[in-house]
Design a protein around this ligand. Structure first.
Ligand code: HEM
Length: 414
C-alpha cells in the first residue's frame, strides 16, 4: 500500500495562498516535515511538491500535461491554447524546436543584447533631463523596443506596446479589474500579431530568414504544414512577452547593487557578472510554481498519482531549500549555479533539458540581458537611489520592490 501523502488539513487553502504567496508551499513543507503534501485550492484537490525529485517528475518522461493546470486568466495572459506550453509528447518536442532554433542560432542572443544596450544608452540621454525615473517602467520600455527590433516587429506606438506586453506578466498572478483590462489588451496584441504573420507570409513585410518573426511565420509544424495564423501569432507573443518580463530581474539586480554596493568591486569579468546574474535569478521571487495534471495513473516513490490529479511544483521553494542552497536568503555569488547544468535543483525557469521538456528556452537571453544591465548600471551611468519603499511583498505575484526602483541625478558616464 502506498504511504499517505500528508495533508495540511485545510478545507480550502486559497486564501492562505493569497496571503502567503511565494511562502505558501515552503511554509507547509516545513511545518509538515515533508516535500510533498495535499491541500485544496479553489475547492480542488491538489498535491504540492518541492525539491529535485519532484522537478524530475515534472520535467521527465512521466505522463503529465500542462493543460488545465493553471487558472484560465493565467493561461490566457501567459500562454494559450495551441501554444508550445500546452502541447505534449512529440508535438511538443517538434514545436519546441522553433524556440530552440531561434534562441540557439549563433549570434542571435548576442544580437539581442547589443540592441538592448543601444536602446538603453539612447534612453539614458533623456533620463539626464528628468528629476527621477522609475526603473521598472524604463526597462520595460527599453526591452519592448529591443525585442521588437530583434524579432523584426515594426512598432507604431512603443508606450502602448510596452503596456500590452508588460501587463500580461504584471496581471497574471491575481484577478481584479486590471486583469480584465490586461486580457482585453492581449486580444489586441493577438490581432496585430496575426496581421504581422500574414504580412510576412504574403511578402508585404520582407525579413531575412534568421529573423525570429520570419522563423515563426514560416515554421513547419509536425503535420508538415505551417502553423495556423493564430498559433504563429501566439508563439510570436511567447517570445515578445517574456523578454519584456526580464525587466523584473533587472530591477532585482539593481536592488542588489544598491543593497551591497561593495559587491561591484567583484564584478570585473564576464564570469563574475554571470555568477551575479545567476544568483539574481535564484534569489528573486518570480515564478512561484508551475502546474501540471496527470494524464495516466503514475506510481511515484510509493505514491499513487491518479489520472487527472492536479500537481504544483514549487520553483521558489526549491531554489530556496537550505539543503540545496545553504543560507538561501543570503546573496552569494560563489554557489556555482548555472542554466548550463540543466539540472533539477537550480530551477527558477524550470528543470531538465530545455529542448525536450517544458523548461524555459529563454534562460540564455535572461542571463545575457541581466549581465548587460549590470554592466550598464555600473559602467555607463551615475545615479543615486533616494529614500523610497523598496520592500518586496511576498504575497504579490509576480513580486517587485514596491516603488519600482526610483533613481535620481542620472548622468551618463563618458
Ligand atoms: C517556459 C520562467 C524568460 C519563453 C517557462 C517556464 C518557466 C519560465 C518557469 C516553465 C513552465 C512550465 O514548466 O510549464 C521564465 C522566467 C523568465 C523567462 C522567470 C524571466 C523573465 C523567458 C524568455 C523567453 C521565454 C526570455 C523567450 C524568449 C518561454 C517559453 C516557454 C517558457 C516559450 C514554454 C516552454 C515549453 O512549454 O516547452 N518560462 N521565463 N521565457 N518560457 Fe520562460
Amino acid at each position: 500500500s502506498s504511504p499517505a501523502i500528508p495533508s495540511d488539513g485545510a478545507w480550502d487553502a486559497t486564501l492562505s495562498l493569497l496571503r502567503e504567496g511565494y511562502h505558501f508551499i515552503p511554509n507547509r513543507c516545513r511545518r509538515l516535515g515533508t516535500d510533498i503534501f495535499r491541500t485544496r485550492l479553489t475547492l480542488t484537490d491538489v498535491i504540492c511538491m518541492q525539491g529535485p525529485q519532484a522537478a524530475e517528475l515534472f520535467y521527465g518522461q512521466a505522463p503529465l500535461t500542462r493543460q488545465q493546470s493553471m487558472p484560465q486568466t493565467v493561461l490566457r495572459l501567459l500562454q494559450d491554447k495551441g501554444s508550445v506550453q500546452q502541447l505534449d509528447g512529440d508535438q511538443h518536442r517538434h514545436r519546441k524546436g522553433l524556440f530552440i532554433s531561434i534562441l540557439m542560432a549563433p549570434g542571435q542572443v548576442e544580437r539581442l543584447a547589443n540592441i538592448f544596450r543601444e536602446e538603453w544608452l539612447a534612453r539614458l540621454a533623456s533620463w539626464e533631463a528628468q528629476e527621477r525615473v522609475v526603473l521598472i517602467d524604463e526597462v520595460n520600455l527599453i526591452l519592448t523596443r529591443a525585442v521588437c527590433r530583434w524579432t523584426g516587429v515594426p512598432v507604431r506606438d512603443d508606450a502602448e506596446m510596452t503596456t500590452e506586453l508588460a501587463g500580461m506578466v504584471e496581471h497574471a498572478g491575481h484577478f481584479r479589474p486590471a486583469t480584465v483590462a490586461a486580457l482585453w489588451r492581449r486580444r489586441r496584441t493577438e490581432r496585430w500579431s496575426r496581421e504581422l504573420v500574414q504580412q510576412v507570409r504574403s511578402g508585404a513585410l520582407p525579413l531575412e530568414p534568421e529573423i525570429p518573426l520570419h522563423r515563426v511565420a514560416t515554421f513547419v509544424d509536425m503535420d508538415g504544414k505551417p502553423l495556423t495564423v493564430e498559433e504563429a501569432a501566439v508563439e510570436l507573443i511567447n517570445i515578445l512577452r517574456p523578454v519584456v518580463a526580464v525587466g523584473r530581474f533587472i530591477v532585482f539586480a539593481a536592488l542588489q547593487l544598491h543593497e551591497q554596493p561593495e559587491q561591484t568591486a567583484d564584478l570585473k569579468d564576464d564570469q563574475q557578472l554571470e555568477a551575479f546574474a545567476e544568483e539574481v535569478r535564484r534569489k528573486s521571487p518570480f515564478f512561484p510554481f508551475v502546474g501540471a495534471r496527470v494524464k495516466e495513473e503514475i506510481s511515484w516513490h510509493g505514491h499513487l498519482l491518479p489520472k487527472g490529479q492536479w500537481l504544483l511544483l514549487d520553483l521558489y521553494g526549491t531554489t530556496h531549500a537550505p539543503d540545496l542552497f545553504p543560507e538561501p536568503d543570503r546573496f552569494r555569488t560563489d554557489r556555482a549555479i548555472s542554466w548550463r547544468d540543466q539540472d533539477y535543483e537550480f530551477i527558477p525557469q524550470g528543470a531538465g533539458q530545455a529542448a525536450v521538456t517544458h523548461r524555459c528556452p529563454g534562460e540564455t537571453i535572461t542571463v545575457e540581458l541581466l549581465k548587460q544591465s549590470v554592466r550598464l548600471l555600473m559602467e555607463s551611468m551615475h545615479y543615486t537611489v533616494p529614500p523610497q519603499d523598496l520592500s518586496v511583498e511576498m504575497n504579490r505575484v509576480p513580486a517587485l520592490p514596491d516603488s519600482g526602483f526610483v533613481i535620481e541625478e542620472i548622468k551618463a558616464r563618458p
